[in-house]
Design a protein around this ligand. Sequence first.
Ligand code: HOZ
Length: 425
Amino acid sequence: MTSRSVSAAAFAEAKRFIPGGVNSPVRAFRGVGGEPFFVQRAKGSHIWDVDGNELIDYVGTWGPAILGHAPEVVLSAIRETAAHGVSFGIPNPLEVEMARLICEWVPSIQKVRMVNSGTEATMSALRLARGFTGRDKVVKFEGCYHGHVDSLLVRAGSGALTHGEPDSAGVPRAFADLTITLPFNDPEALRALFSREGREIAAVILEPIPANAGLYFAQPGFLEELRRLCTEYGALLIFDEVMTGFRVARGGAQELFGITPDLTALGKVIGGGLPVGAFGGRADIMDRLSPDGPVYQAGTLSGNPLAMAAGLAQLRELERVNGWARLEQLGALLEENIREALQRQGRPMAFHRVGSMFCLFFTPGPVLNLADAQRSDRAAFARYFHSCLEAGVYFAPSQFETGFISLAHTEADIVETARIAAESL
Ligand code: HOZ
């Protein structure tokens, strides 16, 4: 049995001063039982806890670490930039470089504004959509998670779902009333809603690849129908690509599917591990932002030079090595090994993957929406999670999260992971 006594002591101390002992609920292991370990350091595909245990990591700081932990290109960019100052609150050239890169890589984005987290990105995109359309209602999908934005913590995924609070306390009824939720992959429900109140809808926001209630995919035609309805009724289509942006393809999920949203929210990979988000889209919409337009949005640390430098270094490295092709290879290797193990053991379980993102559901499936994902055997997932952790593999501590492979993972890491996963089923 692995010893984690130093982590246990650190957690006890943390709980005295930090609510629940964590600065974000998903870290608390509530979905799997037990207590979180404390990390000492992370490099490449591995992390070491304060007790000296080494783990192959598939959380990747919840998505940003696409090159692996602490890659040299990012570290040296941070060091070089820090030598000139760590924050200015004055326009700096790195912000413009980042904006130009985003606009070049994601053609639906003609203008972009940097913020400090994915939550800020979706929150601001929503306000802009309301300001632009002059309408109040927004539509989201059950199980999609868009950060802890008041009006989006309704039937939400990720930690909200894991902890059984998909409708958070503290969100005024009046806000929640303006949020309409629909099941994912239900075009009939979508059409019915639009024909009833389409002209009152400011925006539809979704993860084009839902990855916060496990990982599942849009059925053929669903995203196209959504795009068509938004256009017909004058509602804005917002893609939350905080997880998928720059990860599933250079141009994100919208490039994979060939769908053009009006606005896009970004985060995670874009910051190279530093706190960054961004939202952007059509210039005529973005120009409604202050100081040119009436929609106010601001941030002391937005466009922070260290964050811009780290993000730019990570994105350029990804492109230099054509990281997406390599991530697909590694993802395919994991999938092949896991599927083979499931078949060998006669375990009909839904394994979903897109590039370097993956999820093993403890249900035979099909999993097409939140209700399907909730059929997973969460007790079995918890046993699997702890068995993998004990054997040296760290997956996200919830059935309702997604795994991330990085460019630092090796074939040997992947094969070893699949072996441990198979033994833990
Ligand atoms: N957005 C992350 C994936 N579900 C979770 C990060 C967090 O809530 O701390």
